[in-house]
Design a protein around this ligand. Structure first.
Ligand code: AMP
Length: 116
């Protein structure tokens, strides 16, 4: 990802492409994953474009990381029973495909589902 090639999530934030947005404020947006791996599969994404993965985010802006966790909890309470799995894929070999940090919020009956 470079400044000249915005990530798919930046395009969603900018309304250049559509998404099923379930929450938004000044700092974060949450959408339904287009390829759900669980009964509830949401993505919580900071609007800041500077962080490729959770390690970079944690080092630079721990308050924003905390807001992502709080948002995940609130959404899991709204969309499921309040229990959830939070996944940050970090690096290609770990399954990361979009290099704009995002949290997968997985909820529902997860015993039958694999990791995102
Ligand atoms: P990761 O593989 O951890 O980088 O996660 C990227 C996630 O983004 C995958 O679970 C994709 O299904 C999801 N995704 C990609 N494009 C879209 C989109 N346009 N709308 C919603 N989710 C998307």
């Amino acid at each position: 990802m470079t400044a000249s090639t915005p990530s798919i999530f930046t395009k969603i934030i900018d309304r250049d492409i559509p998404a099923d947005i379930v929450f938004e404020n000044d700092r974060v947006i949450a959408i339904r994953d287009i390829n759900p791996q669980a009964p509830v599969h949401l993505l919580v994404i900071p609007k800041a474009t500077a962080y490729a993965n959770v390690t970079e985010l944690a080092a630079a802006d721990p308050a924003l990381l905390a807001e992502i966790v709080t948002t995940a909890h609130n959404l899991a309470t709204l969309h499921a029973a309040g229990e959830y799995r939070l996944v940050f894929n970090s690096g290609e070999s770990a399954g990361q495909t979009v290099f704009h940090v995002h949290a997968h919020v997985l909820a529902g009956n997860l015993q039958e589902h694999t990791l995102a």
